[in-house]
Design a protein around this ligand. Structure first.
Ligand SMILES: [Fe+2]
Length: 263
């Protein structure tokens, strides 16, 4: 299956921006955000995905106690988890908390990696630098992504990254520290038709649209108190994540899932 453009069937859950807090700092928000993540993990387990992608901002400040709460809850997830950092993460703490997972050590310098052993090739991209709120995609990362995509032109591929390299209404405009870095990412993706989707977080609101010859998806924040662009009458203050499916000719379909909704 690995060298075929056909994909048997693959279901991937994506969630983002949990912004875990230390209990006591803002007690009610800390408890709520932990509950929202717990409910999300239970709901994802019920969906039985083949893989789970977590597109960053796992904690609010990168404090070790925030990571302790986070990883205690993530330990109940039944599917393989692939996480990348957001601008609020401490990358070393995130790596350590993920435990002994080989793919996290493909690069010492960047929190990026390629997953080769699934029907769909997964590439996690690091768009963060310490102390930088905006997206970063420096020349070294550009060279790396260009090279790994060249190695797998015949493999249906999903990319995931915290910062979208495109604007999202007036919520998010010019989100990279240098416009040419967002353009470079866009150009690399545009040259690789095997990229079936770019999955993002950061903006806290939903996006699912054709973009640059592929699909661009942003999943809302699991932290309901930080969420934007969702009709709260429909969501009823429940967390929301994204369910992706790929099959046949490997086209990506993605839909929002409200945690606790009937199947
Ligand atoms: Fe965030």
């Amino acid at each position: 299956m690995l060298n075929s453009p056909e994909v048997e069937f693959m279901k991937i859950a994506q969630f983002s921006d949990t912004h875990m807090l230390v209990p006591g700092a803002d007690h009610s928000a800390a408890l709520l955000r932990a509950d929202w993540l717990r409910e999300t993990v239970a709901d994802i387990n019920g969906q039985r995905p083949d893989a789970v992608i977590f597109t960053g901002d796992t904690t609010q400040t990168g404090h070790p106690e925030e990571y302790a709460v986070l990883f205690e809850i993530l330990a109940t997830l039944n599917a393989p988890l692939y996480v990348i950092p957001g601008n609020r993460d401490d990358k070393d703490a995130l790596r350590r908390g993920c435990g002994d997972r080989e793919h996290l050590w493909q690069s010492d310098q960047y929190f990026h990696y390629v997953i080769e052993d699934l029907d769909v090739r997964l590439i996690g991209i690091d768009s963060t630098d310490h102390g930088e709120r905006m997206g970063v995609f420096c020349s070294e990362r550009q060279i790396w992504l260009d090279a790994v995509l060249r190695e797998g032109r015949d493999r249906p591929t999903l990319l995931f990254i915290h910062h979208p390299p495109f604007d999202v209404d007036d919520h998010y405009v010019g989100g990279y520290r240098r416009a040419d870095e967002a353009v470079a990412l866009t150009d690399i993706i545009g040259r690789n038709s095997q990229v079936k989707g770019l999955l993002c977080g950061h903006v806290h609101c939903p996006v699912n649209r054709e973009w640059n010859g592929t699909r661009a998806v942003v999943t809302p924040s699991i932290a309901v108190d930080l969420r934007k662009g969702v009709d709260e009458n429909d969501a009823k203050e429940q967390p929301i994540y994204m369910l992706h499916e790929m099959s046949g000719a490997a086209e990506l379909t993605s839909q929002l899932r409200v945690v606790g909704a009937k199947m």
